[in-house]
Write a protein that binds this ligand. Structure first.
Ligand SMILES: *Cc1c(COP(=O)(O)O)cnc(C)c1O
Length: 419
């Protein structure tokens, strides 16, 4: 594939020039996906959030305050970096990394958490609430709460509380209340249920801050909009650095927020766009979390999307070496971009991600998050297999400090991966 053959695959002749004005629709539909599947009490709360978002997010005060926070508190713009040594090792393709790992707190999640916190402040809310699985979203939101002087309740399954002690400690140090959820499987799904229940009980003082481009409308749209800064910056930076657009833009997909942020900058361009899902230990049910590849349409947590389901149509058990990617659903916009064929969805296994983790560490001095390593693994595979040299831009969504203990216990220090 050369840059001349990288025609945009726009499916049914959709143009992307005014895409963001039209997508989602007023009711929150991305094609057949998204919408609002919640009890009537919560639907009216969603409507309140949508109205507030649409007014406040356009105000000069909100925009200039968010800009200031991004620059002075988060450390934006994050750079685009040419991974020259890794590229040379692999052949003639060039790999570039958007360094979202250099954000304050070490990942892209702070992009939407600071904006959600600012929105809460403008709406006059006292408390921000959310669920967390591995604790990454909880820590980012606890950071925002401390910054804005808001109270923060994080709902977390009892099993996860025990597994993720360092993140639980971080949240508590930041002044957040961690509420263990003790029913059902006591993991992420129950934490979402508990959080939504608490939200229904008091939507006057509290606002729910979701962790990805998922949930009922307006959350998938709001979180995408808050993450768009990634793609806007990256496009300018790579043009300045190389004089050209990349041939391929890629990112890992869990719920899909870092990928939507990156992809949104390039939808109207003649670049191929590849989302990378976790294939875990393999393609059998329960071994992976590759929703777009193996799921079928369903409803989870208030929205319609591709969904990994068991025989009874319930959300399936999922697995990935990267805990931030093991979600049986996926953001509705990704489902729409798959159906319209603008974005292709690929997979990387645990083993491929771990190899990429060690290669990037050893060859560039950058230890990536295991989630982000899936995007890097795909870039490595493209560089190894492409006949033509490619320019590949990867969203490096986060840093790997949080993964140290796990990696060392299961994979050692990587000698066998990099020769
Ligand atoms: C949470 C997380 C992800 C997955 O979430 P998306 O919404 O798919 O971006 C990816 N990378 C890192 C570093 C994360 O913390």
């Amino acid at each position: 594939m050369s840059s001349s053959s990288a025609e945009p695959t726009t499916g049914n002749q959709i143009t992307y020039a005014d895409y963001f004005r039209r997508t989602p629709t007023k009711d929150g539909w991305f094609g057949k996906y998204g919408g609002i599947f919640v009890p009537p009490e919560l639907a009216s709360v969603m409507e309140e959030v949508r109205l507030a978002y649409e007014t406040i997010s356009r105000s000069h005060e909100f925009i200039s305050e968010l800009r200031r926070i991004r620059k002075h508190f988060q450390g934006r713009p994050t750079p685009v970096y040419h991974a020259a040594r890794l590229s040379r090792h692999l052949g003639r393709s060039q790999i570039y990394l958007k360094r979202e790992d250099l954000n304050h707190t070490g990942a892209h999640k702070i992009n939407h958490c600071m904006a959600e916190g600012l929105l809460a402040k403008f709406m006059g809310k006292k408390k921000i609430i959310a669920e967390t699985g591995a604790g990454q979203h909880g820590v980012a939101l606890a950071t925002a709460a401390a910054y804005f002087g808001l109270e923060c309740d994080i709902y977390m399954g009892e099993v996860d509380v025990a597994k993720q002690a360092p993140n639980v400690a971080r949240m508590k140090i930041l002044g957040t209340r961690v509420i263990p959820v003790t029913f059902g499987q006591r993991t992420l799904k129950e934490a979402v249920d508990a959080c939504l229940m608490a939200y229904m009980q008091d939507s006057v003082n509290q606002i729910y801050c979701i962790g990805s481009v998922v949930g009922p409308h307006p959350f998938p749209m709001m979180v995408r909009d808050f993450q768009r800064v990634v793609g806007i910056e990256a496009r300018e930076q790579i043009l300045e650095m190389t004089g050209n657009l990349p041939d391929v833009v890629t990112a890992c997909v869990g719920g899909g927020s870092n990928a939507m942020g990156m992809f949104s900058g390039f939808l109207a361009d003649p670049c191929e766009i590849h989302g990378v899902e976790p294939l875990g230990k393999g393609p059998n049910p329960g071994e992976h979390s590759a929703t777009m590849t193996y799921g079928k349409e369903g409803v989870i947590h208030g929205f319609r999307c591709y969904l990994l389901q068991n025989d009874k149509g319930e959300p399936a058990e999922v697995h990935s070496v990267a805990s931030g990617l093991d979600y049986p659903g996926v953001g509705p916009e990704h489902c729409h971009l798959l159906d319209s064929r603008r974005v292709q969805y690929k997979t990387a296994t645990d083993e491929e991600a771990v190899e990429a983790f060690f290669m990037l560490s050893r060859m560039e001095g950058i230890i990536p998050a295991l989630e982000s390593s899936h995007g890097v693994a795909h870039a490595i595979r493209l560089a190894r297999t492409s006949k033509e040299p490619l320019s590949i831009l990867v969203n490096l969504s986060g840093r790997g400090d949080k993964d140290m203990d796990y990696v060392i216990e299961h994979y050692g220090t990587g000698e066998r991966y990099v020769k």
